[in-house]
Design a protein around this ligand. Structure first.
Ligand SMILES: Cc1ncc(COP(=O)(O)O)c(C=O)c1O
Length: 400
């Protein structure tokens, strides 16, 4: 095996880039998109209704409302909880910008609570201390697809009269205590972005057990109109719509839902492949000093959705930082990625809230030590072997 790193002029493990999070699509999606294009109805209509119903059934929720991103889903979840100026929303700093930005959009304040360095999820033991009279909601993220300790969070929320809004952007297919993520009855927000377990290119969904809330979400997602275009068209009569809220333009189109319907049907098979590849990674990396990974419950009742396969470096054991390691993996043509640098270390959050990295030490440390490896059902076992070879090559070269 060549030991000179590609970043130093050696030959790469692969000749072309193994793209991070490439979507897995086939004729089923292509045909459905063509059918939609030919149908004459490409906006929000019958395919979106079908996608919502089938998604709700998959996660075990009475209602699902499709939107055009998880960011929109999270924003609307705050809107229907009437979270606004002066309110506080407790969330994790180890997440994508959208999770906290939506609180800012509502004029509310995201209040970070540090993560558990083992699970990488919000630490429920620290949540209670962050509650003030202004706290309105807890917004946990199922990081990478590993469900949070929802029982503990639910107990705290119940005692303090708070809403729970779950950021399940990574968690399509995850299971917690025998229930699919999305079936808790809380407002649960999913992402169907291009690299997600289930993709519609861009898209999102909110599930809820509350029929009134589902209706509100559907109105807020389309300009606050009392009836959307599909309902008006179906009635075959002149039907006026009333603007009952200053709503948003967050609806999902039937073109996107055409992808979603078939991606949804493939989820059990996709998840089996993700699990098979993740086990190959586990075997290889559990034997590699200097890295650790998230725990992965595998008992039938609890399931990691394996959206992200992350490795966490013991930085003391390496001569270079995490960014150099990811750069070296990219030079080997392995599409490694970063999820995530802790939000409180970003300029906006530092400037607005005067945060220092040490305010949330676990998230700050993990945010500098973590990197994500390619893991999609469209990869082959040979691709998995290439990723393992490259990680061994790079980490061996940089080990102290
Ligand atoms: C944890 C988390 N929340 C929210 C989002 C936003 O999702 P979307 O791109 O669908 O708006 C993402 C996107 O990757 C995410 O990782």
């Amino acid at each position: 095996m060549e030991t000179q790193l590609a970043i130093d002029g050696g030959s790469p493990v692969r000749d072309s880039l193994l793209v991070f999070g490439a979507p897995t699509l086939d004729e089923a999606e292509f045909d459905e998109v063509m059918d939609t294009l030919r149908s004459g109805w490409i906006g929000t209509g019958p395919k979106t209704l079908r996608f919502e119903q089938e998604f709700a059934a998959y996660v075990g929720s009475p209602h699902a409302v499709a939107v055009n991103s998880c960011t929109a889903a999270l924003h609307l979840a705050l809107v229907v909880n009437q979270i606004g100026p002066g309110d506080e929303v407790i969330t994790t700093p180890l997440t994508f910008a959208a999770t906290a930005n939506v609180a800012i959009h509502q004029g509310a304040c995201p209040v970070f609570v540090d993560i558990d360095p083992c699970t990488l999820n919000i630490n429920p033991r620290l949540v209670e201390r962050a509650i003030t009279p202004r706290t309105k909601a807890i917004l946990p993220v199922h990081f990478g697809g590993l469900p949070c300790d929802l029982d503990a969070l639910q107990r705290i929320a119940g005692e303090h009269g708070l809403a729970i809004i779950e950021d399940a952007a990574h968690a399509v297919g995850a299971r917690y205590r025998g229930e699919m993520i999305g079936g808790s009855g809380n407002l649960v927000c999913f992402s169907f972005y291009a690299n997600k377990n289930l993709t519609t290119a861009e898209g999102g969904m909110v599930t809820t057990a509350d029929a009134a809330q589902a209706e509100q979400l559907a109105i807020w997602r389309l300009h606050g109109l009392s009836r959307d275009a599909w309902k008006r068209y179906q009635s075959r009569r002149l039907m006026q719509s009333d603007v009952i809220y200053p709503g948003y333009k967050y609806n999902m189109t039937d073109l996107q839902s055409s992808l979603g319907i078939h991606q949804l049907h493939k989820q059990p098979e996709f998840l089996r492949t993700r699990e098979r590849y993740a086990r190959l990674y586990d075997e290889a990396f559990d034997a590699l000093p200097g890295v650790r990974r998230q725990p992965r419950p595998d008992d039938g009742r609890n399931r990691h959705a394996l959206h992200l396969y992350v490795l966490i470096l013991d930085r003391e054991q390496f001569r270079v930082d995490r960014n150099q390691i990811v750069a070296a993996l990219l030079a080997e043509n392995i599409g490694a990625a970063l999820h995530y640098r802790a939000l409180h270390t970003h300029p906006f959050y530092q400037n607005r809230f005067r945060y220092r990295p040490g305010d949330y030490p676990c998230a700050a440390e993990v945010g500098e030590s973590i990197f994500t490896l390619p893991l999609t059902p469209g990869m082959s076992e040979a691709n998995v072997a290439e990723v393992i070879e490259a990680v061994y090559k790079v980490l061996s070269a940089y080990r102290r």
